[in-house]
Design a protein around this ligand. Structure first.
Ligand SMILES: [Zn+2]
Length: 382
């Protein structure tokens, strides 16, 4: 077996930044061993070697909406625009999916947690070099349509499973899923990874606290009356999280308006129910839509599991995990490079359940990237 030895100024193994180490790889990119640097025939690079990156939240099927929706209009306007614009000619949708899947791979991304409302991405995923965890999204705020929506989600789920694509049915967001639909999802959630858009806008908490706000207007514009909804008079997360108690893992995505009390509540609840809870940060999308960011220091204070998502190209200029890290570094300079890289690698891999990815360890084939100190990609090594 031919082996290749590489080293750089630093090695980030998924957890720690190390110096004086070399990686021994076989010709398929599997790590044979990590050894001390006192050897011949080692290819040397300037920068930091890292495991391949994990994008925990994407909507690949919306890639054709790149640049279609104006920035900083708020989530309610954004959602109405997506509903209006998402249907395009199928060829255009499929071309954009293929292009962005290839681009993510070139940017050092090896695994993606992808939200799916359609089956458009299946063909590309079957030949992709990226590993996908598919989250088939369901929504419906009116309890009487829960059965129909859940049946529809099952049809999409079966299409993914028939093509050997791992998939699970997940709720869209607290403001778009009825308690009846939450209970149906939870009934099938045992052993599964559930993902949900959480507290992406202040309007979501207002709805759950019984304050007037943007979602009445949202539903009115869709021709619907939500006066039936009885507010639980607590922040959304505290109201709906108990409805997902059967899940093995829950990925809370965005968290821009999550309070410290919400974090404490969710972490305690998850511990009691033996749920692995991950907070997925999508800073570029938060700046794009709401021009805001989550209070990341609170999550660090509570030692939360943190990972990174790009969201879709309808709310981001690029699907690039490193770009998300650079945004976090710029706005939260106290967070170390080591901590940021953990979010983009080992914690992301663990959130999506890819045990062979996210760490540079013998026997794993995580993909290897070379980045500079400012978290720009120099090149993809394997
Ligand atoms: Zn999203």
């Amino acid at each position: 077996m031919a082996v290749r030895k590489i080293k750089a100024d630093k090695l980030f193994d998924g957890e720690k930044l190390l110096t004086g180490k070399i990686i021994v790889l076989d010709d398929e990119g599997t790590i044979v061993s990590i050894e001390n640097d006192m050897q011949q025939d080692v290819a040397c690079f300037q920068g930091i070697l890292t495991p391949g990156f994990i994008n925990c939240h994407c909507h690949l099927e919306l890639s054709h909406l790149h640049g279609a929706i104006p920035k900083h209009t708020g989530l309610v306007h954004f959602l109405l625009a997506v509903l209006k614009l998402r249907n395009h000619e199928e060829n255009m949708i499929l071309d954009a999916i293929a292009r962005q899947d290839a681009l993510m791979y070139e940017r050092g991304i090896v695994a993606v947690g992808d939200i799916c409302n359609t089956t458009h991405t299946i063909a590309r995923k079957k030949i992709s070099k990226i590993s996908y965890r598919n989250f088939v999204e369901t929504m419906g705020f009116f309890p009487e349509i829960a059965d129909a929506r859940f049946t529809l989600a099952h049809t999409t789920l079966q299409a993914f499973e028939a093509n050997e694509q791992h998939a699970a049915i997940v709720p869209h967001a607290p403001y778009s899923v009825s308690e009846t639909l939450f209970r149906k999802i939870n009934r099938e959630a045992a052993g599964k990874i559930i993902s949900i858009h959480n507290q992406e806008t202040a309007e979501e908490n207002k709805l759950f606290l019984g304050h007037p706000g943007g979602f009445e207007n949202f539903y009115k514009q869709l021709g619907a009356d939500i006066s039936f909804f009885v507010a639980p008079f607590k922040n959304s997360l505290q109201a709906y999280l108990p409805l997902l108690a059967n899940a093995k893992k829950i990925l809370l995505v965005h968290n821009s308006f999550t309070s410290e009390e919400d974090v404490a509540f969710a972490e305690t609840f998850a511990m009691e129910k033996n749920i692995a809870l991950y907070w997925i940060l999508c800073p570029n999308a938060n700046l794009y839509i709401e021009h805001t960011l989550p209070d990341v220091e609170v999550f660090i204070k509570y030692k939360c599991k943190l990972a990174i998502g790009t969201d879709s190209l309808s709310s981001n200029d690029e699907l690039d995990v490193l770009s998300e890290l650079r945004t976090l570094k710029q706005h939260f300079p106290s967070i170390s490079t080591e901590r940021l890289l953990q979010m983009a690698t080992c914690e992301g891999a663990s959130a999506l359940g890819f045990s062979g990815l996210g760490r540079i360890e013998s026997g794993k084939k995580p993909g290897i990237n070379l980045v500079d100190e400012n978290l720009n990609l120099i090149k993809k090594i394997t």
